[in-house]
Design a protein around this ligand. Structure first.
Ligand code: PGA
Length: 247
């Protein structure tokens, strides 16, 4: 049986306090009872108001990053325990925007993932190739290195989600063809098989320009178990339409 699907909204550095609450309320009010698992990841400063709204709903909460220490002199950082304190279930780690703009390499992602798991969070670990790497035929090699380098030990389907996000597809409106996605996702499943005892149950999400009109097609790919959604998660109607298409 395929793993239970998951759709995650990554709000990135968007919204304000009021629009965050409005968007969360809209999602909660309109989510269908049949919809698969949904999670939203607002900016840190809006986690609390959103969390208060989500407490009576089945929509889950996630952070967009966390530090690898529990506390201490780390100005501007957020500990995994703080995310748990605010009701988070998930944390996105190793997003390409963090890998590129904050120089986060595999070792950093790995130590954050270890800390997140110890705190009781489920990391959503992102991997994916650049346009140049894709053109050079290196996508599988890049993803292989990122997964083996970013995943801590003792992972299983209860404490890990992987997101394949080709960097050239993020925010561009372009998605790889279905065959390409299928090849990369089965490659990821095989790598997870080397590392985890129940790899077959680990959710592997696709991310990068997921929209209501391509969601069904993406979900039809074997080994795609949901989506990490950026810009289309900023409108309740689009986000829920994606969830419906993928249910
Ligand atoms: P996008 O972003 O859906 O806007 O392409 C996806 C992501 O970066 O997680």
């Amino acid at each position: 049986m395929a793993p239970r699907s998951l759709i995650v909204g990554n709000w990135k550095m968007n919204m304000n306090c009021l629009s965050s609450k409005t968007l969360a309320a809209d999602i909660i009010q309109n989510v269908s009872s049949k919809t698969i698992e949904l999670a939203i990841c607002p900016p840190f400063v809006y986690l609390l108001p959103v969390s208060l709204l989500l407490s009576s709903s089945k929509v889950l909460l996630g952070g967009q990053d966390c530090h690898n220490y529990k506390s201490g002199a780390h100005t501007g950082d957020i500990a995994p325990e703080m995310l748990v304190d605010l009701g988070c279930t998930y944390v996105i780690l190793g997003h390409s925007e963090r890998r590129i703009c904050h120089n986060e390499n595999n070792l950093v992602v790995r130590s954050k993932a270890k800390a997140a798991i110890e705190a009781g969070l489920i990391p959503i670990i992102c991997v994916g190739e650049t346009e140049n790497e894709r053109s050079a035929g290196k996508a599988l090699e890049v993803v292989d290195k990122q997964i083996r380098g970013s995943l801590p030990e003792r992972l299983n389907s209860n404490n890990l989600v992987v997101a394949y996000e080709p960097i050239w597809a993020i925010g561009t409106g372009r998605i790889p063809n279905i065959e390409y996605i299928s090849i990369v996702h089965s490659h990821i499943r095989n790598i997870l098989g080397d590392i985890c005892y129940d790899a077959v149950n680990i959710r592997v999400l696709y991310g990068g320009s997921v929209k209501p009109d391509n969601a069904k097609k993406l979900m039809s790919v074997i080994n795609v178990n949901g989506a990490l959604v950026g810009s289309s998660s900023l409108q309740a109607a689009d986000f829920l339409a994606i969830a419906e298409e993928m249910s």
